[in-house]
Design a binder for this molecule. Structure first.
Ligand code: GLP
Length: 239
């Protein structure tokens, strides 16, 4: 696993954008696996700037997202569809018809079938990842076992606690989500994780301990042949 130490959040965002830019320029029709959360926001901002000012072309790019809350429609301002539109898709020349974020409302089984069908026929060139404070990837929560394909998860209390900052109250945070499984993530050709903030525990387990642990799903990244972690210096110094 390649580890890149970034000076700060903005530097990490630029380094991550460099990796995505290279892929987009070399494979202008590829599928990007995208993620939500505060970690990739700076990278999305930088990619949008490069699209606007430097001709980085997303017109033939496809995308598929890691996860979505169950119960939130794509127009809800905390849905991951809304996040992707407002943080990236509205600011680049991607065709939104070529972007896929799993549906959060309606029949969960049907939504998962659609999600799995799309994942089965998609080769993800690079999957962007953040990490939850408990080590979750997408919404693959820690447990005895992990899942291969897209599935529904009951969110851990620590995840609800961590994500309540975006909602009016903790009670408003959805209790369930649909997410790519660990297999879907691991089958991407490349992985890139941006890790910063208060993620000492997950960062230590991912980068320092030689242990693959379903109770800390991000440790599975170590098994991937082409994985890069971009970590902020401040956090790297703490682990
Ligand atoms: C959510 C998402 C994860 C993301 C995590 C961390 O739980 N489902 O995919 O990695 O948030 O978010 P942040 O980057 O804001 O720390």
């Amino acid at each position: 696993m390649k580890v890149i130490i970034a000076k700060d959040y903005e530097d990490g965002a630029c380094k991550a954008a460099d990796i995505i830019e290279k892929i987009v320029r070399e494979n202008p029709e590829c599928t990007l696996g995208l993620a939500t959360g505060s970690s990739p926001v700076g990278m999305y901002r930088e990619l949008a700037r490069r699209c606007r000012e430097e001709g980085l072309d997303f017109s033939r790019i496809h995308s598929v997202n890691l996860d979505e809350y169950v119960g939130l429609d794509g127009t809800h301002d905390q849905s991951y569809r809304y996040f992707m539109n407002t943080n990236l898709f509205d600011h680049i020349n991607i065709d939104k018809a070529n972007t896929y974020v799993a549906k959060g409302t309606g029949d969960v089984a049907a939504n998962l079938k659609e999600f799995n069908d799309i994942l089965d026929k998609t080769e993800i060139e690079i999957q962007v990842l953040g990490v939850g404070p408990d080590g979750h990837l997408g919404f693959n929560e820690p447990g005895e076992t992990l899942y291969d394909g897209a599935h529904e998860e009951t969110l851990d209390d620590s995840t609800i606690e961590a994500n309540k900052r975006f909602f009016a109250s903790k009670e408003d945070v959805p209790t369930h989500a649909v997410t790519m499984g660990m297999g879907n993530i691991m089958r991407a050709k490349r992985l890139i994780m941006i890790i910063n903030g208060n993620k000492q525990e997950a960062a230590t387990k991912l980068l320092i301990q030689d242990k693959i642990d379903p109770k800390c799903p991000c440790t599975f990244m170590r098994l991937h042949r082409d994985a890069t972690v971009i970590i902020e210096k401040k956090l790297a110094d703490e682990i």
